[in-house]
Design a protein around this ligand. Structure first.
Ligand code: AMP
Length: 297
């Protein structure tokens, strides 16, 4: 007699929606079983997951025995007139993708659970760097981001949290917060995942129609041009990179800068060594960001 067997579907992650549920679910692991020995990794996200997010999850899986993915569209980091209400929410698809990665826990709280008394009066401030680049266009964005990240760290108490280099300014500010506030965890950073033509994966890419999708290549094209011109001097590099935006009517360049990774301040023409080229642009109604490491020689 033969039995046909189908591979069983991966277990869906346990979805936790309250702080109390997170504390009790993770307390058992912390008390000393084998999973706790291997630690807890947190991957903070706003959902609408794509392969970029999943590469963070895979790295988290390598680093710890228990993986918690948070899915929370944080109102505190959206300004008036930004896309808080329109931000894509795809929880069922997200849970299926995380099941396939073997994620144990998803923390998906409501805004009321995270901010029971309304927007919290106590905030982590991102300082001067929080007012530049993304912070110049989105005032208060980085204070809101750091505040929710600090809350997530305190709720989940991970040994390590995994972030994407795609949001380079966020990575700089989170690392500095962990350092300056002596938070007891490690920060791990994963390279940007791209489509085969260079477009960085983003939850907002789903808003691009075919024309905007083609126009969006101006961002990664500019970064490739910056990399290719890295030994020609800063002025030439910026000219070469900016030229990528000349052909597209429906793309508006917001900024294209090169920063020193140590300070996140723009470099001058005398700077030599590893740097980060960053770009932000509005493609139709969708604002996109991207960056790449370069070496100014
Ligand atoms: P978000 O859901 O957009 O807040 O992103 C959650 C995390 O995923 C952040 O640490 C992002 O930097 C990271 N991330 C977003 N897009 C990518 C990408 N294309 N490659 C790698 N990481 C990414």
């Amino acid at each position: 007699m033969t039995f046909s067997s189908r591979p069983s579907a991966p277990a869906t992650p346990v979805v936790l929606t309250t702080v109390a549920e997170v504390r009790s679910a993770l307390a058992a692991g912390r008390a000393g079983d084998s999973a706790s020995d291997a630690g807890i990794a947190l991957v903070p996200t706003m959902g609408a997951l794509h392969d970029g997010h999943l590469s963070l999850v895979r790295r988290a899986r390598e680093l710890a025995g228990t993986v918690v993915v948070s899915i929370f569209v944080n109102p505190l980091q959206f300004g008036a007139g930004e896309d808080l209400d329109a931000y894509p929410r795809t929880l069922d698809a997200d849970l299926a993708a995380l099941a396939a990665e073997g994620v144990e826990y998803v923390f998906a709280p409501t805004a009321r659970e995270m901010y029971p008394s309304g927007p919290s009066e106590t905030r982590v401030t991102a300082g001067h760097i929080g007012t530049l680049l993304e912070g110049a266009t989105r005032p208060g964005h980085f204070d809101g981001m750091l505040t929710v990240v600090a809350k997530l760290f305190n709720i989940v108490r991970p040994d390590v949290a995994v972030f994407g280099q795609k949001d380079a300014q966020q990575v700089f500010l989170v690392r500095r917060m962990v350092d300056e506030l002596n938070l007891p965890l490690a920060i791990e950073v994963v390279p940007t995942v791209r489509e085969s033509d260079g477009l960085a994966l983003s939850s907002r890419n789903r808003f691009l129609d075919a024309g905007a999708r083609r126009a969006a290549l101006a961002l990664s094209g500019a970064l490739q041009a910056a990399d290719a011109a890295a030994s020609d001097g800063l002025v030439e590099l910026l000219a070469e990179a900016t030229a990528n935006f000349g052909d597209h009517d429906d793309v508006t360049l917001d900024y294209l800068v090169v920063v020193d990774p140590a300070s996140f301040l723009p470099v001058d023409e005398h700077f030599r060594g590893p740097a980060i080229a960053l770009v932000a642009a509005r493609v139709g109604a969708t604002r996109l960001i991207d960056n790449t490491p370069i070496t100014l020689g």
